[in-house]
Ligand binder design. Structure first.
Ligand code: GLN
Ligand code: ZN
Length: 763
């Protein structure tokens, strides 16, 4: 018999119950007991959904983040949190400390403490709280929550498989706060894991899933050694260890992975399908091999018949040793497709969310265990859905494919090099030194949101909506003129989200009602789904921007989201390479750029906020990605005339390692986040001579603080030590939509004042 299991289930609930309970708890609207009850109910529901599995994950639930849970289980709590007044007293408890690390405060705190740093979990859009280490860090076991969950699962008759983050990945994910070598903590850490294993043995557990996803990355010898050391020392346990890797191929780590003394290995057979044969050859014959054959990162139905045909010979070779699972935790997909009642039914039939993915797994297991006849109906239904998607002319649009094939390299080239363009642009715009601008959005007031909602539900007519939005745009333009900004924006009141707004106007996109995926803590995102070839039936932004331009003599920036960002923040097709989908997006946005230019808009900004996020986990694959990503941007942007100025914006700070590619995008002006690091990020320009204009963000829009004129001058002076003043712009570090007008106005007033003083000083 083949064994089926799951690596992790989404914890937020079908209707984001966890999110709402957490936020209520943080606002003191419910008690801790009530929060715990919501959590226990969710866990129970999720176990029930998974009860058809042979092994059900336990310990995958979390109030905020599984890495933070691990830190607490290992007694690794930052000292500053324990020093918060009351943190040690009886009144306070572990959960309050937990939220202090997660978000800087717990429900009862009047003053906060700095929260743990947050960063992306591998190449996903899930963010974890970075463990903090010091030379003196000592670990100690606090596994009560995990052990309680195991007991609860047992009481529900669930065959539990605890899921824990492996010690080496845990160390790798963390940050040394004092410059010491985190690997020196490994011995102590291993001994705590050994204690944990003893507890698990006592609780009657048979299999433990231990996640070491760093095994899909390039590892130095030190880290390889750490993995060997950890697992050779931990093998004394009588538990069966299932070592889990996911998110990619194990490649050069294959031999190491197969050798580690564990009882089973899980690999990602979606991304690493081509490696499976080799793994089977290398894996010692006493070990279980779990194949992740259902994509845990995307929302498409699995082709069950094809998967089955591929699995059959593997099953006859491995027999009982073959396990099946999703490729990774289902944390990264929405919970239940059946929650969707408004989706186009044909497209809905092509999709599978977490619950449906487990059904697929079950069907595969039945087919292998009891013969295909036993699931003939499910297999036939699946084949019909797969075929309908393959052949649908809503997916495949010849004219779009032809256009992509017809892309010529010179479509990505500006007519003249930057130096020449700069001359004509300077003449056309006649801007002062240190010109000022903003990144696009202005405060999204409750009225703006209400108007958009009213329009969406049909409460107001299109005309009323347009009028209301035009009024907002006019206010925005008036304010900017009063502030004396040089290059204006329309303020983006009509946009709920920088990807959704464009997706809704492109063909090939659909939107779900409940397709939420956890991004961090209680925050969820609802990525739109690209199901088909993408085109732009008509102009998407031109009317708004034209209207805004009609209100002012100053240049009005057209505002677009770039193809790479749209791609990286959507669920994408799995039937063609990402690069191809990206080119389709590039052509659609290119048309918009050219329409804006045609309409007399002289400056166009194309945001690539998420370009960096698409970087592959392995560095050796970076360049391939960067090449097509940059090419897509260039195709989007570079069809314009020399005197049209292209801006781009990126809201992340680490660009040092990709600066060459960013320069290759050849935007006339780039605006970036830098203020939080005191312009230290500009150090890269000591070595790299960035050729075009740049606007290093001079204040942090995530904070309500108003930057002083002096602080802005100070930062810009630092910038001018690396980049000549005539190529510098002055702007905030991102869009202002989350701020209030009371904050925005004084901040921008100071920014404009700083720019004027700088211009005088540098004349
Ligand atoms: N133009 C967008 C805005 O200002 C950019 C947002 C972003 O970079 N995340 O809101
Ligand atoms: Zn930004």
């Amino acid at each position: 018999m083949v064994t089926i299991h799951n690596l992790g289930f989404p914890r937020i609930g079908k209707k984001r119950e966890l999110k709402f309970a957490l936020e209520k708890y943080w606002n003191r609207q419910i008690s801790q007991q009530e929060l715990e009850t919501v959590a226990a109910n969710l866990r129970q529901q999720h176990w029930e959904v998974q009860s058809q599995l042979d092994l059900v994950p336990v310990g995958d639930f979390s109030f905020y983040d599984q890495v933070l849970d691990t830190s607490f289980m290992l007694g690794n709590i930052p000292a500053r949190v324990l020093q918060v007044e009351g943190a040690d007293s009886n009144k306070s408890n572990e959960l309050d400390n937990y939220f202090r690390v997660a978000r800087g405060r717990s429900a009862d705190d009047s003053i906060g403490v700095s929260a743990g740093e947050m960063t992306k979990w591998f190449d996903t859009n899930y963010h974890y709280i970075v463990p903090e280490f010091e030379k003196t860090t000592q670990f100690s076991l606090h596994a009560e929550r995990l052990l309680e969950a195991i007991q609860a699962a047992k009481q529900h008759g669930i065959k539990a498989k605890p899921v824990i983050i492996g010690p080496v990945t845990y160390l790798w994910l963390g940050k040394s706060k004092d410059g010491s070598n985190k690997l020196e903590l490994l011995d102590d850490l291993i001994s705590v894991y050994a204690q944990l294993f003893q507890k698990l043995e006592q609780s009657g557990i048979e299999w433990v899933q231990i996640d070491e996803p760093i095994l899909v990355m390039e590892l130095s010898q030190e880290w390889q050694h750490a993995l060997r050391k950890a697992y050779y020392q931990l093998q004394a346990t009588s538990l069966n260890l299932l070592l889990a890797t996911y998110f990619g191929e194990i490649q050069e780590n294959l031999q190491l992975v197969c050798e580690l003394p564990v009882n089973g290995l899980h690999i990602d057979a979606i991304n690493g399908k081509n490696e499976v044969a080799k793994v089977i050859d290398w894996l010692p014959s006493h070990k279980v091999l779990s194949l992740g054959i259902i994509n845990g990162r995307n929302i498409w139905k699995t082709d069950l018949n094809a998967t089955l045909n591929w699995l059959k010979p593997i099953y006859s070779r491995l027999q009982e040793r073959l396990w099946l699972a999703p490729s990774c935790s289902l944390l990264h997909v929405p919970v239940d497709l059946n929650s969707e009642v408004k989706l186009d039914t044909e497209i809905q039939s092509w999709l599978a969310f977490a619950v449906q993915k487990l059904d697929e797994l079950n069907t595969l297991a039945k087919a292998l265990n009891n013969g295909e006849e036993s699931v003939a109906e499910q297999l036939a239904d699946n084949a019909a859905a797969i075929n309908s998607r393959k052949q649908s002319n809503r997916v495949h649009v010849d004219s779009v494919k032809q256009r992509v094939l017809g892309i010529k390299p010179d479509m990505g080239k500006r007519q003249s090099p930057y130096k020449q363009r700069a001359k004509v642009q300077h003449k056309r715009f006649n801007l002062p030194l240190f010109p000022t601008t903003t990144i696009g959005s202005f405060p999204q007031t409750p009225e703006i949101r209400q108007t958009r909602r009213d329009y969406r539900i049909g409460k107001i007519s299109k005309q009323e909506y347009q009028k209301a939005m035009q009024k907002e745009i006019a206010t925005c333009v008036r304010e900017q003129e009063a502030l004396g900004l040089d290059v204006l924006v329309h303020g983006e009141p009509e946009r709920n989200d920088m990807v959704e707004y464009f997706g809704e106007q492109l063909t090939g996109y659909i939107f779900t009602q409940f397709g939420w995926v956890q991004s961090y803590g209680s925050r969820c995102v609802k990525p739109p789904i690209i199901y088909g070839d993408i085109s732009r039936p008509k102009a998407m932004t031109v009317d708004w921007i034209k209207y805004a331009q009609s209100l002012t003599d100053k240049p009005m920036k057209g505002m677009l989201t770039g193809p790479v960002t749209i791609l990286n923040w959507s669920f994408v097709r799995d039937d063609q390479p990402r690069a191809e989908t990206c080119m389709q997006l590039a052509l659609a946005i290119r048309d918009e750029v050219l329409d804006l230019e045609q309409a007399g808009i002289a400056i166009i900004q194309i945001d690539e906020a998420a370009l960096r996020e698409g970087l592959p986990l392995r560095k050796k694959q970076w360049q391939t990605y960067l090449d097509w990503a940059v090419q897509a941007f260039r195709i989007t942007a570079n069809g314009v005339k020399d005197d049209t100025q292209i801006h781009t914006h990126m809201c992340y700070s680490e660009f040092n390692d990709i600066i060459k590619s960013i320069a290759d995008m050849d935007a006339d002006v780039i605006t970036i986040e830098t203020s939080r690091s005191d312009m230290e990020l500009l150090d890269v320009f000591d070595k790299f001579d960035y050729p075009n204009e740049i606007g290093p963000g001079v204040y942090d829009i995530h904070s309500p603080n108003i930057p002083s004129v002096e602080s802005i001058i100070n930062l810009m002076e630092k910038a001018s030590q690396r980049i000549p003043a005539e190529r510098l712009w002055v702007n905030p570090d991102c869009g202002l939509k989350t701020r209030k007008w009371e904050e925005v106005k004084p901040a921008l007033r100071n920014m404009v004042e700083a720019s004027r003083r700088l211009a005088r000083a540098f004349k």
